[in-house]
Unconditional design. Structure first.
Length: 132
């Protein structure tokens, strides 16, 4: 079984040798590539995903309240969006608008109810290695 647990405001998640996935309420998702670090913030009903190292591949669906940041700077990405955000060694972000998420189910939704329904869910799952 794949472990999963909710993320709270100001939680930081880092990957090492394999990726990890984050599923947001409403169906938006982000896949953290290996060697990636992000921090989650909840502000005024919005979720901010702030990347401080590495690469995320994300799908932000229409109507989502998920905003992507890099080193505390709003990247200005508007929903709908599918693509990657990568920070280079100097901390400069590059954004590529292209499909990057596998259609395989690497994320499992975290069920929340009541006041917790806006919680962000994290699923720690190894990214399937690519075969040549």
């Amino acid at each position: 079984a794949t472990p999963s647990w909710p993320l709270a405001d100001q939680d930081q998640v880092a990957t090492t040798g394999s990726g990890s996935g984050i599923l947001f309420p409403g169906g938006s998702r982000a896949m953290m590539k290996p060697e990636t670090t992000v921090k989650v913030f909840q502000k005024e009903g919005q979720t901010q995903l702030d990347i401080s190292r590495g690469t995320i591949c994300s799908r932000i669906v229409e109507g989502a309240v998920v905003h992507l940041f890099a080193l505390g700077r709003d990247l200005g990405i508007k929903a709908p969006f599918e693509g990657t955000v990568t920070l280079d060694s100097s901390g400069q972000p590059s954004i590529h608008h292209r499909s990057c998420l596998s259609h395989k189910a690497f994320l499992i939704p975290v069920v929340a109810g009541g006041a917790a329904a806006t919680a962000t869910g994290l699923v720690v799952a190894s990214e399937s290695p690519s075969k040549p």
